[in-house]
Design a protein around this ligand. Structure first.
Ligand SMILES: [Fe+2]
Length: 231
């Protein structure tokens, strides 16, 4: 039999309403959620890919620095643009479930990085030179670094940086898809730090808290990026 709705039920109901209103008032003075340590699972996404959080070991490979300016088509620097990179380790392995060689992946390499441009539109990364990897028996991708750049008011840009002089560049279908006259815009010269302007070397070193500048054996590549405003 269906239960009859009584006056007592109505009273209990209104009490519940009052009770929840009181709970809402309490919400205005909630206590801050306690903080806890990050633990090992939060992705390490700073701009130094040669240092994995919690590890003192260095990744295998040649240290390189990539820096540049993000600007609009008029050459005006874009401040606070987010520049993200991802790449392989020294063996050409990605940190990705789709790469079957995960067991051989260099656990001391960070694989992903993020740099936010300063007021002059500048960004900086310290990483290692990625390796070529096979896509098919007849296709080796040249060493490259994936880039994604985004900033409110601008179109997202996804691109890849290539190393000038690498013989695999010209055999790569993805590289060749870029019109020939524009390939230079994603093909970067890496020069030994020892031959560079000392002020630049110091400035790059400062970005990574390195008082002595940067390692003489490392190389530095300048990769300027131009992004399009949203119309
Ligand atoms: Fe790739």
């Amino acid at each position: 039999m269906k239960k009859k709705y009584t006056r007592r039920d109505a009273l209990v109901g209104s009490f519940l309403v009052v009770g929840s209103a009181a709970a809402n008032e309490v919400e205005t003075s909630k206590s801050i959620t306690p903080t806890q340590i990050e633990g090992p699972f939060y992705p390490d996404m700073d701009n130094n890919l040669t240092k994995v959080m919690g590890s003192k070991k260095k990744p295998i490979g040649k240290t390189i620095y990539v820096h540049g300016k993000v600007s609009d088509k008029q050459g005006k620097p874009v401040e606070r643009a987010v520049v993200e990179i991802w790449q392989t380790d020294n063996k050409g392995i990605y940190n990705h479930a789709g790469d079957p060689r995960q067991a051989d992946r260099d656990i001391n390499f960070q694989f992903f990085g993020r740099s936010v441009t300063d007021k002059n539109g500048r960004y900086f990364f310290k990483t290692i030179k990625p390796a070529a990897y096979g896509v098919r028996d007849d296709w080796q991708r040249p060493p490259h670094i994936h880039f994604k750049v985004y900033r409110r008011g601008f179109e997202d840009l996804t691109t890849q940086l290539y190393f000038s002089g690498d013989p695999l560049n010209i055999k790569d279908g993805i590289y060749n898809n870029i019109p020939e006259k524009n390939r230079k815009n994603v093909t970067v010269d890496f020069n030994l730090a020892i031959g560079l302007d000392s002020k630049l070397v110091k400035y790059i070193g400062d970005q990574f808290g390195q008082k002595k500048g940067i390692e003489n054996s490392s190389t530095v590549g300048l990769f300027d990026i131009v992004i399009n405003t949203v119309v």
